[in-house]
Design a protein. Structure first.
Length: 330
């Protein structure tokens, strides 16, 4: 099969073996989205080698569960061992022995086929298009914040970042009725955030230190700050914006180390919450009920053969979501 494989560099190959794992379903990939984690993998994040990609929609081609063959599905990207306490409790997202689609010891979605356990697959309603279904996994990650942090209409919340994940987070947070501020560097993306009801503020492109922040934030501190910039600098900014005894939620993944002034954490008694994967069913419900509209986030959809252009555009500050149409194999 054709696949994008990363091993010190990303290459399109034509002779990748079709995955065949005991007890798992084979899924023919239709579309797959490029996210910041995929870009960071090409820079060395997580030490991953193999086929990246984890945001996908596809058709079940083979399965021991005949009832799902031919169904259009998305997939939980974490595959647990099935034996540890986390797996036995029904949550394999933190299994110590888990594999993660396109991220950790498991071939991903930038290929004609992928393999996942039957129980990881969820059918997509006909009301959700393929391009919308690509957003199920990152939208679930955005929903995860509300499972971890109490945010209500009385909360004063800031999102650091204006990219594709940040935009999904904004859509989800909007449902709480909270006072929402978004800080970013890109005018078109900030304009999109403002259409979701957020106060959009442009920060100085040269740095994130407080003197560079606009006057609108003079003396402003937030109950909850969500760091979704994809940059180590966003952590510093978020820590300076959260109020004493407030919550800083970390959503970014990037290759390399970030510096952190831990004295601010201690003195201000800041709660830091790491936030990763959410429940796909919650995202599917939001999409099927039209409570979020992800279509404006698609910058371009292009065939797998145009992967070089796709990754270049995905890394561009002017882009949001770039989607690979894997079904176009020619």
């Amino acid at each position: 099969m054709r696949a994008l494989r990363f091993d010190r560099e990303l290459k399109l190959i034509d002779d990748e073996p079709i995955p065949s794992l005991p007890g798992e379903s084979l899924v023919r990939v239709l579309h797959a989205g490029i996210c910041n984690t995929d870009l960071e993998i090409t820079r060395g994040y997580a030490g991953f080698t193999g086929i990246p990609g984890h945001e996908f929609v596809g058709i079940v081609a083979e399965s021991r569960n005949g009832s799902i063959v031919g169904k259009r599905v998305v997939g939980e990207i974490n595959a647990g061992c099935g034996r540890c306490p986390d797996c036995r409790s029904g949550d394999q997202r933190h299994c110590l022995f888990r594999t993660v689609l396109g991220i950790k010891n498991r071939s991903g979605a930038f290929a004609e086929f992928l393999s996942l356990p039957d129980e990881n697959l969820i059918e997509v309603p006909d009301s959700i298009s393929n391009l919308e279904a690509v957003f199920v996994e990152p939208l679930a990650a955005a929903c995860r914040i509300l499972n971890q942090v109490d945010i209500s209409a009385s909360s004063n919340v800031a999102v650091v970042g204006d990219g594709k994940l940040a935009q999904l987070i904004i859509m989800v947070l909007r449902s709480t009725g909270c006072r929402l501020t978004v800080l970013g560097k890109h005018e078109p993306k900030l304009e999109l955030a403002s259409k979701s009801g957020a106060l959009a503020i442009k920060i100085h492109p040269a740095g994130v230190a407080l003197p560079h922040l606009p006057a609108e934030l003079a003396g402003e501190r937030f109950d909850v700050v969500v760091e979704a910039s994809g940059s180590p600098a966003g952590l510093e900014l978020g820590l300076n914006l959260v109020r004493p005894r407030g919550v800083l939620v970390l959503k970014s993944t990037h290759h390399g180390l970030a510096t952190l002034d831990t004295s601010l954490v201690v003195v201000n008694e800041v709660i830091i919450v790491g936030s990763r994967c959410g429940l796909l069913a919650e995202a599917i419900e939001l999409l099927s009920k039209r409570q979020v509209d992800v279509k404006p986030l698609v910058t371009r959809c292009m065939p797998l053969s145009d992967w070089e252009t796709a990754f270049a555009e995905a890394a561009s500050p002017s882009s949001l979501k770039i989607v690979l149409d894997i079904s176009q194999v020619a």
